[in-house]
Structures are given as C-alpha cells and as structure tokens.
Design a protein around this ligand. Structure first.
Ligand code: NAG
Ligand code: NAG
Ligand code: NAG
Ligand code: NAG
Length: 291
C-alpha cells in the first residue's frame, strides 16, 4: 500500500474513533440483564392498591426489595404477601402504614426504608386521588387543597427527603402523572393542576439532579383502578365505554401496563432518559373529550 494512502486511512479511523463513542459488545448484551433488579430497593407510595400494587408486584418479580405503603394495614399486608410469593428469592417487603399528607409519616416512611434495607435506589411517587368538583361547588376549595396536598405536595416532599439517599446510589425517581396534565376536563381542575405540577416538577428537578439522578413521569390514561370509587357505578360504566371507543388501542389500561413503563424508566435501558413524560394511554390523549 502506498504510504500516503495508509496515513490518510489511519487518520480517518482515528477521527472516527474520536467522534463516535465506541460501544463494546458488553454494552449491547447488558440489555439482557437490564430488568434484573436484584439488590435494588424500590419505594412506591400508594402501593396497597391499584397502579401502585401493580408496580410493587412487577418489581418483586424482577428481584427487587420493595416497600409496600398506604393507609390500610390489611391491604398493605395482602399486597406484601403477594409480592413475597412473586419474588424469586421470596424477599419479604417492608410494610409501612403512612398518610402522604403528613410530613411525620413521610419522614418515618423514608427512615424505616433505610433502616430495613440500608439504601434507596428507586422512588415511585404514585399515591393519588381524583375527586371531581366544579368551581361553583361549595366544597371546591377543600377538594382543591386536598388534591394538591396528595397529588403534588407529597411528591415534592418525598423527592426532597429521598434525594440524599438517591445521591448515594445514583438512583432514580418516577412519578405517576396523567394525560390530564396536558388536557383539561370539566370539573376536574384540581386534578389537572396537580398533574401539570408533577410534570413541571420533573422537568425542573431533572436540571438540578443530573447527572447523578434521573427523574421522569409516566402519564397514564384511564386505568382499571378504584380511583373513581366515589362516583356512581352507572357514570363509571358510561365513562369506560366512551373512553374505550375513543382509545386507538381499544381498551382500558391495566396497572401492569403502567408498571412496565415504570420498570423501563428505572432500568439501565433508560440511562439517557430524564425529564421525560412517557404517555401510556393507548393513544387516548389525542382523542379525548373535554368532560
Ligand atoms: C439477577 O441477578 C442476580 C445477581 O445479581 C442473579 O443471581 C440472578 O440469577 C439474576 N436473575 C436472572 C433472572 O437473570
Ligand atoms: C381496610 O381494608 C379492609 C379489607 O379490604 C376493609 O375491610 C377495611 O374496612 C379497610 N379499613 C379502613 C380503615 O379503611
Ligand atoms: C455513581 O456515579 C458516579 C459517576 O458516574 C460514580 O463515580 C459512582 O461510583 C456511582 N456510584 C454508585 C453507587 O454507583
Ligand atoms: C373503592 O372506593 C370506594 C370509595 O372511595 C370505597 O368505598 C370502596 O371500598 C373501594 N373499593 C375497593 C375494592 O377498594
């Protein structure tokens, strides 16, 4: 080979090496283990029912140590026992009865988690309420304050309390938001404002917490849970029918649909994803009514 050509080719490959991050085969094959959460500690609020129950069960299947927390001790124990059964190493969850509107309870939730498991890798803000009230209703301000307290303030406070521990583990935060963060519905303003707040909290904290801690949201559409438990069954039924018809994927979401998204965002597969709002709604957000 002509020496000049050789030098030119050598230079080209050196330049390429400088420009492109050269991934090893190990980086590619790591993806096979990315959902193995053995040795990881996961704290999920509202995990005694609904979406949170789905999340702690899926993390248990994937080997994590989980904290099951909510307000009802009976339900917490039921979910914890089911998690232990699903866990490959039959790990026993930590059970904590806590009300997320009380700072003392949140502090105790964190301190019991650290005392039991020694660290925290994943915080999932999930506990939420969805009462409806129009601005002309007498109870409006009460509903508004309570919704903001559960759906937004508790998320913020848990981030605040968890960050020192997540700094130590290069941990991650995932918050359950909603399609209601981008789309208004009539007589649901408190919920919408709380969820818009969660999305913005996430974007703002992503700037502060990187590169050590990633923070993202999942924004579900209608999910099969008891969050509509206070509405009359006939209204819930009509709502279901309407939403299924409008959803491009033609069904209501299940807690497991949301849990799979949470696990993805917590995994190393998402190691370059922060400040994201991942919609898991079967496409409903683009075809949703205003009521
Ligand atoms: C997950 O990782 C642990 C070690 O960290 C290993 O013992 C276990 O076999 C792995 N599980 C699977 C399903 O690969
Ligand atoms: C807790 O859940 C159990 C069983 O689901 C129920 O019977 C009980 O009334 C609940 N307790 C409270 C305080 O809500
Ligand atoms: C966290 O990330 C930093 C920077 O990449 C690294 O030096 C450190 O070892 C990591 N810590 C843990 C516990 O993984
Ligand atoms: C669903 O929620 C309603 C109202 O909040 C409550 O009365 C009911 O017991 C709940 N049902 C279940 C199965 O948790």
């Amino acid at each position: 080979m002509n020496l000049l050509l050789f030098i030119v080719l050598l230079n080209v490959s050196l330049i390429k090496a400088n420009i492109y991050y050269d991934l090893s085969n190990e980086d590619y094959s790591d993806v096979q283990n990315s959902r193995n959460f053995t040795g990881k500690v996961v704290l999920t609020t509202g995990s005694s029912s609904g979406i949170g129950e789905g999340i702690v069960k899926l993390f248990s299947v994937l080997g994590a140590s989980v904290v099951v927390t909510g307000r009802n001790a009976t339900e917490i124990t039921r979910v914890a026992e089911e998690c232990q059964e699903l866990s490959p190493n039959k790990l026993k969850p930590l059970e904590v009865v806590a009300d997320v509107t009380k700072s003392d309870d949140l502090n105790r939730l964190l301190s019991e988690t650290i005392k039991t498991f020694g660290k925290l890798d994943v915080l999932v803000n999930n506990a939420g309420i969805g009462p409806t009230a129009g601005v002309r209703d007498k109870a409006f301000m009460k509903v508004f304050d309570q919704t903001i307290q559960v759906n937004l303030r508790a998320y913020v406070e848990l981030c605040y309390l968890s960050v020192p521990y997540l700094d130590e583990t290069n941990g991650t935060i995932i918050s359950i938001s909603s399609i209601a963060s981008t789309h208004p519905y009539i007589a649901n303003m408190a919920y919408e404002v709380s969820k818009t707040g969660v999305d913005m909290m996430t974007k703002a904290l992503a700037l502060e917490l990187g590169p050590r801690i990633r923070i993202n949201t999942i924004n579900p559409g209608m999910v099969e849970t008891n969050i509509t438990g206070s509405l009359p069954p006939v209204i819930v039924d009509a709502l279901r029918k309407e939403l299924i018809a409008r959803t491009p994927l033609k069904r209501i979401g299940q807690p497991l649909d949301v849990a799979k998204g949470v696990v993805f965002l917590a995994s190393s597969d998402a190691q370059f994803i922060t400040a994201a709002n991942l919609f898991i709604d079967g496409g409903l957000v683009y075809n949703t009514p205003g009521y």
